[in-house]
Design a protein around this ligand. Structure first.
Ligand code: AMP
Length: 461
């Protein structure tokens, strides 16, 4: 029996034979690593992307724990979007089809409330839903979680990114404290870890792809002929690699502004981040950057300190930093879970001594690479995938992320996957949407109602 055989797990025979009929021959890495802990009743935080088999990992745990004869809500699965919730519910039904009378109910925003209340009155074992709508049902007393013994947060990083933290806290308070918690997340961003620490009991951490560590990041080094050529090299790198989110580090404030201005003149979507910005401009710059509605942030080290941006596709050093440790730290900010981002550095002859210092610090030889062909500069400059909407209403107007998501994705709305990060401030909210559906999304919000009121909305530029 191999270590990835489902039969070595302590799961009911009915579930096992069904796995066979589904053609699941052996466990995927995330299943092999997490299921033994899940079945022991431990809290587990697992790094798992869509396609890793994560749904079956928690689905089998959930179905094994379930007591079908008790017709009570025993497990709650929270997902960031309706599409994911539908997919998860479908997979759970498929995995549990050999057990009679299992009732799985989805409760998501963007769908009419009334029929959900009707379904809840008929009872269910498992609820799969989005945090905003679950919170609404709890608020109205149409849903009770007093018998839940298993809570699953799927795509936790995305839920937090969408601003569901307060909803999650509210929901968790309604669940008996001795429940088991499983958290699945594509990244272990600082925010995810912080939430895990608060809501989980000595969680077992399961990683499937190795996360990057700073020293192992491949560095790409390019030589510019002189300072004037340096900007051309930057354009070549951006046009060649098309990073969706890139930070370009400069050594001075003035230079960040100059480089950002020049990039814009050449059609790139770039903003500068430096210490002289007003708080409001800094906030809006960062909102647009994390929303992926601008592609390049040109920053000083000081301004970039404390930025919690986990998924940078590229870090480009416009020069080598004055301090080599700072340089290495900059480079460590690239890469996403599993994948490595691009870490590039531009230098001129004058900085050659710093390159030697860097080699010494890292204990490795760094080779200068050939520049991409200048022909690519004739091509249209790549543009950001998303746009940011600014809504003139926020927390004080009692707007919640679920309201915005519901307004955008409700009847005839855009798809959940076309909605990105949602951020709420006291009197404003910001939401990222696919640029392709920008006009439609603007109309959807301005013609529709949030909390029964119309709010002004515009693209943040
Ligand atoms: P997920 O990452 O949960 O979205 O799952 C990705 C796909 O893999 C789904 O279509 C599952 O039905 C399928 N799947 C999950 N576990 C296994 C397995 N052990 N063997 C084969 N297919 C699987």
């Amino acid at each position: 029996m191999s270590s990835t055989d489902f039969s070595k797990l302590n799961i009911p025979l009915a579930l096992l034979s069904n796995l066979n009929s589904l053609g699941y021959e052996s466990m995927t890495p995330i299943q092999a690593k997490s299921l033994p802990h899940i079945l022991k009743g431990q809290d587990v935080i697992a790094q798992g992307q869509t396609g890793s088999g994560k749904t079956a990992a928690f689905g089998l745990g959930l179905l094994t724990k379930l007591d079908v004869k008790r017709f009570r809500i025993q497990s709650l699965v929270l997902c960031p979007t309706r599409e994911l919730a539908d997919q998860v519910a479908k997979e759970i039904r498929k995995l549990g089809r050999s057990i009679h009378n299992i009732k799985v109910l989805t409760l998501c925003g963007g769908a009419p409330f009334g029929p959900q209340v009707g379904s809840l009155e008929h009872g269910a074992h498992i609820i799969v839903g989005t945090p905003g709508r679950i919170e609404d049902h709890l608020g109205k007393g149409t849903l009770k979680l007093e018998d839940v013994n298993l809570l699953i947060l799927d795509e936790a990083d995305r839920m937090l990114e969408m601003g569901f933290q307060e909803s999650l806290d509210f929901i968790i308070k309604q669940i008996p404290s001795d429940h088991q918690t499983l958290m699945f997340s594509a990244t272990f961003a600082a925010q995810v870890k912080a939430v895990a620490k608060r809501i989980m009991q000595q969680p077992v951490m399961v990683k499937v792809a190795s996360m990057h560590d700073d020293s192992s990041i491949m560095q790409h080094v390019f030589k510019a002929n002189d300072n004037a050529h340096r900007f051309m090299v930057l354009r070549l790198l951006l046009q060649h690699y098309h990073p969706e989110s890139a930070v370009v580090f400069c050594n001075t404030k003035i230079e960040t502004q100059e480089v950002a201005d020049e990039l814009n003149q050449h059609g790139f979507s770039a903003l500068a981040l430096h210490g002289d910005l007003e708080q409001r401009d800094r906030d809006q710059t960062l909102i647009r950057f994390v929303n992926k509605s601008i592609s390049v942030l040109v920053a000083t080290d000081v301004a970039a300190r404390g930025l919690d941006i986990e998924s940078l596709d590229a870090v480009i050093n416009y020069q080598i930093a004055r301090d080599i440790e700072v340089h290495v730290h900059r480079i460590g900010r690239t890469g996403r879970a599993g994948n490595k981002g691009f870490a590039g550095t531009i230098y001129t002859d004058k900085e050659h001594f710093k390159l030697l210092k860097l080699e010494e610090f890292l204990g490795q030889k760094i080779t200068t690479e050939a520049l991409p062909s200048e022909n690519i500069l004739a091509k249209p400059v790549y543009q950001p995938r998303m746009a940011t909407l600014q809504i003139d209403g926020g927390k004080k107007q009692k707007i919640r992320p679920g309201d915005i998501l519901g307004a955008l994705t409700g009847e005839n709305g855009i798809a959940g996957k076309q909605v990105g990060k949602i951020q709420l401030f006291p009197n404003k909210s910001y939401v990222a949407v696919d640029r392709e559906v920008l006009q439609y999304a603007l109309r959807k919000i301005s013609n529709g109602k949030l909390k029964g009121r119309s709010f002004r909305v515009r693209e943040l530029l």
